[in-house]
Design a binder for this molecule. Sequence first.
Ligand code: DAH
Length: 346
Amino acid sequence: MKNKIEQYLKEINETSIDNFVNKLDGIEQFRIKFLGKKGVMNELFECFKTIPNEEKREMGQLLNQLKTAAQTKIEEFKSYIEEQTDDNGNLDLTMPTDFSDIGCRHVLSVVQNEIIDIFARIGFTVAEAPEIEDDWHIFSALNFPPEHPARDMQDTFFIEKDGCHGDVALRTHTSSVQVRVMEKNQPPIRIIAPGRVFRNEAISARAHCIFHQVEALYIAEKVSFADLKQTLLYFAKEMFGENTQIRLRPSYFPFTEPSAEMDISCNICGGKGCNICKHTGWLEILGCGMVDPNVLEASGIDSKKYSGFALGMGVERMAMLKYQIRDLRLYFENDLRFLKQFEAIL
Ligand code: DAH
């Protein structure tokens, strides 16, 4: 009972008039919740009757405290409304607004925009494509073999048609945008594709079923791995600071050959080794590679004449590293205490 009372006290203290979209309605709901016939106070008084006598003194005091807190809060709300209304009870629309609670951008938008800006400075423009995609654009045109595990229901949210899953799904990566762009445009192509992606994962601190990626694609004549490397270095320094170093590790993606993963020197310990970089001095940042000729051909681009590079990164991960956020779930819970920490980085 004590816990409950303390929880309610906290709730009352934290409720502000700004929590209510419709202020008058909100105040009434608040009153009913705490002081109404079937409200919290009456429920607790019922409970009070059943507790042992020796606890009654302490609980009684707490209950009174709770009741006074609720009443005082309601008075506060009412006097706020009175201040805002004229003598006839109408809202005075000429009153100056309270600017103290102005909203701010979500940290993911801020980081995503920062990535877009960095690439925009070297000529990349934003491209978009559907979140609901067909198998061709998510997998086949990107050179995924038919038996690739990513095509499995376990990883991909398929959209059911007539009770069975067809070839339409929520995109699992923004690489699908590459295909859409190449189908419609001939090189030179220089795009950046930010967007939401979906995977059938259990939600935890390290995985989520929705997250954001940014993809970059550059196709022209004679694009080489050196161009990719220089672009990556430029990006890493702009994003994480001038002293950032990069390293490339060989990797595998169906749509690039050769493929690599890029690490940056740990921006927290400066490469010396810490918890965040698991004492390696390096942080994994993104996947990249030279676009596989099969991918170019599948989208109608002559692979003998053109070559290119692609890269893809997770926005949540970038924000985690930049602002040392430890739990992915925080991004989607919309807890104001979390969101407000980023007010200053608009
Ligand atoms: N699509 C990959 C993923 O979701 C990321 C990626 C890797 C994108 C390499 C690329 C790339 O463009 O070249 O894990």
